[in-house]
Design a protein around this ligand. Sequence first.
Ligand SMILES: *[C@@H]1O[C@H](CO)[C@@H](O)[C@H](O)[C@H]1NC(C)=O
Ligand SMILES: *[C@@H]1O[C@H](CO)[C@@H](O)[C@H](O)[C@H]1NC(C)=O
Ligand SMILES: *[C@@H]1O[C@H](CO)[C@@H](O)[C@H](O)[C@H]1NC(C)=O
Ligand SMILES: *[C@@H]1O[C@H](CO)[C@@H](O)[C@H](O)[C@H]1NC(C)=O
Ligand SMILES: *[C@@H]1O[C@H](CO)[C@@H](O)[C@H](O)[C@H]1NC(C)=O
Length: 490
Amino acid sequence: MESKLFCWILLSLLILSCFVSQTNEKMQGQTLVYLYKSRLKQNFGVDTSLFKVIDHVNEANVHPQVGLKEEDRIERLPGQLLANFSQYGGYVTVHKSAGRALYYYFVEAHHSKNPLPLLLWLNGGPGCSSLAGALLELGPFRVHSDGKTLYTNKFSWNYAANVLFLESPAGVGFSYSNTTSDYDKSGDSRTAADNYVFLVNWLERFSEYKDRDFYISGESYAGHYVPQLAHTTLYHNKKVNKTIINLKGIIIGNAVINDETDEQGMVDYFGSHAIISDQDVYQIHKYCDFSPNATSQSRECEASYGALEENIIDINVYNIYAPMCFSSDVTTRPKKASILEFDPCSINYMYVYLNRPDVQEALHANVTKLTHDWELCGDTIQVWRDSPSTIIPLLKEFMSNGIRVWIFSGDIDGRVPVTSTKYSINKMKLPVKTAWHPWFLNKEVGGYTQVYEGDLTFATVREAGHQVPSYQPARALSLIKHFLEGKPLH
Ligand SMILES: *[C@@H]1O[C@H](CO)[C@@H](O)[C@H](O)[C@H]1NC(C)=O
Ligand SMILES: *[C@@H]1O[C@H](CO)[C@@H](O)[C@H](O)[C@H]1NC(C)=O
Ligand SMILES: *[C@@H]1O[C@H](CO)[C@@H](O)[C@H](O)[C@H]1NC(C)=O
Ligand SMILES: *[C@@H]1O[C@H](CO)[C@@H](O)[C@H](O)[C@H]1NC(C)=O
Ligand SMILES: *[C@@H]1O[C@H](CO)[C@@H](O)[C@H](O)[C@H]1NC(C)=O
């Protein structure tokens, strides 16, 4: 905990920075805080539990799912236009005796000749809801400024896959535990264990997907969730020498990968993008100890971080060029909306929408009447027990098991910027297979890519912030199609 003190200081201010423009206190939790792991009381950097699999797949937790799929079918969401695909939403119990249940929202793919793969999407935090992924990023609908009606995302990822959004761990969004002390036992390993039990049960409920090619995707702190779940999946397949879940690949964006290089890359990004002074960059590198074993930080380090905070406080660090939201109100009539122009107040519209009783009823959510609101990044979880300082060994494990690994990065995110991701990948010391080159969409450069031996692809998405599909929906769809088809970007 000590070792992350400087981060704690930095990030607690980052969160504040998102609040300055907010008038309504209730809205504070809805701000763009997709990543605030250091705010939580935790054992970051403690590697003792590194990749230990918690196994609570047993008869008590794996249950018959007959008939539950049809109960989960969502006829139509309030304010929704007609759709040509099926939607489902509901709970899967992942721990019976504790009463832990995870909420999912599932959109089947638009019609296609061949069966499309199954893609799981996870947002990060820890503590942020994957329904943000659905309603702000890559799902088929976005919420209008009235907080009541929806419009269509023509770049929805369900043109490429059947997409499953999972709110995890328990305590996030609509997911809950009846044993509230569970919330203080959250961490990477239990999240992976619960998510795995979720998948086993969900595939029982939707048995037609059991043998389907399966991919796991996510952003930000899901840079931990995705590999930890993939690792758990491989562990169980190996344990019984059978493919229980047909995992083919993982893809993570603006992802937390390796704390030390992530932090260094963030500082360098702020410096190279004229947000902090060269002097502060120099001071931070000289006086701050980013190594996983650092126990405390010097006064000089804290002072430089203080300067950094002051310089980033008034911008959206998750997209350094984006406008801010200055109103927490919804409008009586929907404002004209465009998928191509992300409205910085969209988070507020989504918050209002998801807290409406008719919407929750349609989604089959909040069936136990939770005592808190649905929040984008809530504070139900206050403690995070385990978070290894690096997940690089897991990426290597996947590569040696023939699992496709893609890492992408929106290049105007300041929180887990492209520099961080490049430094983290460089740590892996992989030989380059295909040299760095631009990739194109509609004749424009969509970003840059480099492929490494062992089947790891790195791709940037030009002019995208932390939430890549929010800011560059067409490029994001192209990226995910290439990933799922195993085709290099060019
Ligand atoms: C649904 O499919 C029909 C027939 O292919 C098409 O005409 C219609 O535009 C589609 N509707 C939507 C909302 O995509
Ligand atoms: C949690 O408790 C409520 C109320 O007793 C119950 O209806 C619900 O099924 C429980 N959830 C789980 C996952 O056991
Ligand atoms: C695993 O299963 C395969 C066939 O599916 C078999 O050839 C192999 O010997 C098995 N390995 C072990 C350790 O049982
Ligand atoms: C951190 O500490 C562990 C255990 O004490 C040690 O094995 C490791 O080499 C240290 N790492 C660094 C970067 O000093
Ligand atoms: C669940 O419903 C209750 C009662 O309507 C409401 O007060 C609460 O905010 C809701 N919680 C969530 C997470 O939606």
